[in-house]
Structure formats: C-alpha cells, structure tokens
Design a protein around this ligand. Sequence first.
Ligand SMILES: *Cc1c(COP(=O)(O)O)cnc(C)c1O
Length: 485
Amino acid sequence: MEPLIFDLSVPGRKGIHLPEPDVPLADMPGELLRDSLPLPEVSQVDVTRHFTRLSQLNMAVDTTMYPLGSCTMKYNPRVNEDAARLTGFAAIHPLQDERTVQGAMYLMHELQKYLAEIAGMSAVSLQPAAGAQGEFTGILMMRAYHADRGDHKRTKMLIPDSAHGTNPASSAMAGLTVVELPSDKRGNVDLNALKANLDDTVCGLMITNPNTFGMFEEHIEEVCQLVHEAGGLVYGDGANMNALLGIVKPGEIGFDVIHYNLHKTFSTPHGGGGPGSGPVAVNDKLKDFLPGPIVRVRESEDGEALCEWYTPPKSIGRMRAFHGNFGMLIRAYTYICVHGEAGLRAVSQHAVLNANYVQARLKGVYHFPHGERFCMHETCAQGKVEGAPEVVALDISKRLMDYGFHPPTNYFPLPKLVPEALLIEPTETESKETLDRFCDAMLRIAEEARSHPEWLKEAPHTAPLKRLDEVKAARELVLCCTIRD
Ligand SMILES: *Cc1c(COP(=O)(O)O)cnc(C)c1O
C-alpha cells in the first residue's frame, strides 16, 4: 500500500513559510475555531514526491498505449490545452452579458458549423455533457417530433444487441420500450429481424455505425430506408465517428440525428470521470426541436456580425446549466482547426489502418469472430488461447499491464455475442513501433498461456494493487482518506 500523506507527517515540519501579514491581526470569533484540526505536517519535497508518485500509479494515455475499444483513448494534443487556458476563454463567466463574450460565442458558432458539416447534418446543439446525455437529448427530440405530428402511438425503440448499454438505458429513461434486434453472422444488424419489428408503433432505430464489433453496417442505407418507410426516425450513436471523419457523413446515409463524443473523436481528455461533451447534430426534420441556447450570428444595425443566443421554436428545452462543457468545446474546436478537412480524413484513415494492422498480426493466434472482414477503427478478438482452456480474457488483459499496456475493453460486446471479448482500438496516434510492441506482447502472452498459465492467472505482477472488485470500486468510490491516530 502507498503511504497516506498523513503517514509522512512529522510534528513541526513545514512545506512553505507564510509571509508576515501586512494587515493588522484580528481576533477570530471563538465559536468558529476548532480545538484540533489534524493536518499533515510535511516538507515540500515530500508532498511533491508523494503526489507525483500517486499520479503514476494508474495507467494513462500520456504514459502508455491505451487500446480501450469504443472509448477512443487517443493522445490529447497539448495545443488544445494552450487554447483552453487563454484568459479570454478561461476567465469568463457564463452569466456575463453576451456583448462581452462575443469571441467565445463565435467559437461555439464555428464549432456548431463544423460538427454539422462533418456529420452531414443541418444543425447542432452543444449542450449535452456526454454521449449518454446526447442520446437522451436525441431520443427526446424524436419523441417530440412524433408528438408534434399528432402521432402518439410510437413508443418502441429498436436497438441492435451489439449496442452500448447507454442506448437502451437512454431509451428507457425517455419512457420508450426497448426492442432488441439480433446481429447476423457477418456482424450486421439482422435485416429480417428489423423488418419483422417495423410497424406504426416504432419511434425509431438507434444504431452505432461502425458497430461495436468494429464492423461497418453493410446494409446501413437500406436499414435507414426501411425505418423511414415505417414512419420511424434513425438515431446514430456517434461514439465511433473516429472511423468516419471526412469519409462518410451519417446525414447522407439517412441518419436523422447523431451525437458526438468530443472526448473520444476530438481528443478532449477523458477518463477518471473527467468532463465529457456530447453535442447532437440533426437534419431538417429535427432542427426545430434542438435544446437551446444555440449560438446564431446576425447582422447588427451598423453592419457588424453579432452572435446571439437562440432557442428553436419547438425546443425540448435545456438539457444542462449554462452552455455545455465550454472548456471541452475549445479543445475540440482547436483540434478540428489544427487538422483541417484533409487532416481529419487522415485521422480516420490511420485509425482504420492501425486497427487492421493489429487484427492482421494477431489473427492466426487469437480468434476474431468477424476476422474474415476488414475492421474499421477497432477490432474484436476473443480472449481465448488454444491449449490453455483455463485462461480467460481478463487474465490476458491483466498480463498486458505487466508489459506496460492498458488493457483493451473486456467483455463488451456482450458475452452472448462474443464470449471473452477483447475490443481493441489502437487509435491513429500510435506509431507502427508501438503497435508492434503491443502485438508482440499479445503474442507472447498467448505462448505464456500455454507454458505458464499461472503467470496470467496471478497477473498483474507489477501493479501496486492486484485484482480489484471493479464494480465495487466504481460504485463505492472512497474519495477521502481516513486519518489514522
Ligand atoms: C462511450 C460510448 C457511449 C457513451 O458515451 P459517454 O460519453 O461515455 O456518455 C455510447 N455509445 C458508445 C458506442 C460508446 O462507446
């Protein structure tokens, strides 16, 4: 166990000297003073080392490749941070008069425009705070659209079985009944099952493309057409946009609404519960229902461009306080400007190339359920090794940590679809050398699984803590330390 900062305390030791006060000393009211306030008494060097060491106990994208499928843990360029720290952005207040924050509003306006263009949609709201809230926003808009047309029967949401858990959760939160659609052998949504479930009670279909097997839906245009013919709308879960930038526009395929995860596709830092951002982009059918406030530009009396807040006429209302996670909007905007159109296209091309490289190198040794197809930006393997029946995906993941790699996503897609799933997403920001080191480690682990399975069963050997109850750790976070007497 790492020591607590209190364990390093020595009575009388100090980290800094406070300057002499330059105001007269005043008496504090006695009832506000505590008799005892245990604080650690430590030197500056001890504090610095303690917290720097703690910061290195977790694996992080700044220290290692982080191939966490579906989450797009790409490198966060530092120029994004420079932009977000500019005083004109970092020191403004959301209640300031709009005439004094025109630059910030213009940035939001430009980001709305870029995100609409990338998705092939007509309008964007930057409000939602994460992908899941973007889903909830989109579904509320779909409901409002049907209600506005007097069509009140539409209470069903169709969702493929490969979907992320937030999809059925958001639909249920919005009061809809979820109908699960099976996948076919090639990793597409099953067209016959879709047709069998389409009727006038369908609110819409919620689908991720490429899906969470890392497969591009081969019939996606037909899927959208079928849903539309039945009077439903198509929701696109845009978490996997890293495969499509500058290549495929969901709006042109037939999607009516998608959310982005700026913290995935556009490199704003996430993990450890950090701030997300889940803007929604919609086509003409849904643009009047977007949550406000949105930024629009109009011409002032003296001919100047002026940004103003705007809430669409049939808006579903606010989804969040103020104006979204503004710091993340700055970072995503910076990322888009730095890359430009050709750069964004290259991001997706390299993300797809890297995932296929990993798939090709691991294919003979690990089983890829859809390995007969090229994958998109991520690939789904089975964490099983021939000749090592007791070894499971979790053992391989934990052993990867000994080799200095963050594990891939485990047990998603669900075990009923891919037993012992390892969803590997290398991202475009890894070099060929790093991809090779990762593949070498995976191949060596497969050998170890046969020769020394206990090395895997007992892994990780290098981490400060071994196997944790991850559900308990997430649900019952301990955020403060108990002071030992
Ligand atoms: C990450 C993810 C989500 C949820 O997004 P959050 O930003 O974590 O709320 C939804 N669907 C898919 C496929 C994802 O990978």
